[in-house]
Write a protein that binds this ligand. Structure first.
Ligand code: PBG
Length: 329
């Protein structure tokens, strides 16, 4: 005789909703947004169906729509003109730069929107690296100085939370100190605690034209700073350092192939955890959906819910707007 039947609690939608352990809502989403120069311009990113690079005016319009749908945070990325790139990344702290102007325009139009600009040098680097290159290597501490300057400049423009994605050692402390010295006590740091050197960033790099350049004198990939995907314990070591240095939120990236890391970090820390459902994950889902191999809406909701189940508090996803619309139906 069987007395324990797990299926009893699955017999109908109502009982299933009572025993449901996790839920997904629009409050969980952060939308990554690509910005470019110009006016009334928008360009589709071919490897990311439904995602565009937009000029500031259209970005503001998009932010209004996002906010109306309930998406209350955006993560900003700039397509920087080639002539503004160099090895120092100095355009990153130009108070009149594209990022700074974008932040001001969004703040002005949608003051309640939480603005989280990306902090890293790759879109500003002639080499496509997240740091400054010296003698063929990424110079850690010099890069930290640049990231601190960039963060202060973004805070001056109105950023709410800076999001360093570069994986230099000690950059959270360098940024925190610079923000405090400049009076930005309330500007937070969302730190990419564990960011892996991943092939899933491919579509993003083509969207910004920010892939490491082919050049024998510089590292051809980001493996000297981003983590090795074979490793798990190392993620905790990275995360604990960022917590100690003063991070407010910890990011795990990529997302779907790294849910074990999300769950492990969830067990280890009490700070909010963000996860990045990166460009390659989005591209895979869209490619399958466009071929009729997956149900687009159901696959999006399922995969985003899995991030919540793993323990994430917020999800950076290119599907944020679409998911908000699906959840709102
Ligand atoms: C750069 C950065 C990357 C992403 C976010 N910030 C690419 C990289 O590290 O090379 C990837 C985002 C995505 O793929 O969606 N610092």
């Amino acid at each position: 005789m069987i007395y324990s039947r797990n299926r009893r609690l699955r017999t109908g939608a109502s009982i299933r909703s009572l025993v449901q352990e996790n839920s997904l809502s629009v409050n969980d989403f952060v939308m990554p947004v690509f910005v470019m120069e110009g006016e009334n311009r928008q360009e589709a990113i071919s490897s990311m169906p439904g995602i565009f690079r937009r000029s500031i005016d259209l970005t503001v319009k998009e932010c209004r729509e996002l906010f109306t749908l309930g998406v209350k945070a955006v993560n900003l990325y700039m397509k920087v003109s080639e002539e503004l790139k160099d090895n120092t990344g100095k355009e990153a702290w130009n108070s009149n730069g594209l990022m700074q102007n974008t932040i001001r325009a969004i703040k002005d139009a949608v003051p309640e929107m939480v603005i989280m600009p990306d902090v890293a040098l790759d879109p500003y680097s002639i080499y496509g690296h997240d740091g400054i290159i010296e003698n063929g290597k990424i110079a850690n501490d010099k890069t930290n100085e640049a990231l601190a300057k960039m963060s202060v400049s973004l805070a001056e423009a109105g950023a709410d939370i800076v999001a360093p994605s570069d994986m230099m050692d000690g950059r959270v402390l360098a940024i925190r100190e610079a923000l405090e010295e400049n009076g930005f006590h309330d500007v937070g740091i969302l730190s990419y605690g564990a960011k892996y050197a991943s092939s899933f960033y491919g579509p993003f790099r083509s969207a910004l034209d920010s892939a490491p350049k082919e050049n024998a004198d510089i590292p051809k990939d980001k493996k000297t700073y981003q983590m090795d995907f074979h490793n798990s314990r190392e993620a905790l070591n990275e995360v604990f350092k960022d917590v100690e240095e003063g991070a407010d939120i910890i990011m795990i990236k990529p997302g779907l192939p790294y849910l074990d890391i999300v769950a492990k970090v969830r067990e280890a820390i009490d700070l909010p955890i963000a996860v990045f459902n990166v460009s390659g994950e989005y591209a895979m889902l869209k490619a399958a959906a466009q071929n009729g191999w997956l149900d687009n809406d159901r696959a999006i909701i399922e995969s985003l819910t899995c991030f919540k189940r793993a323990g994430a508090d917020m999800i950076f996803t290119y599907a944020a707007k679409e998911a908000a619309m699906i959840l709102g139906r």
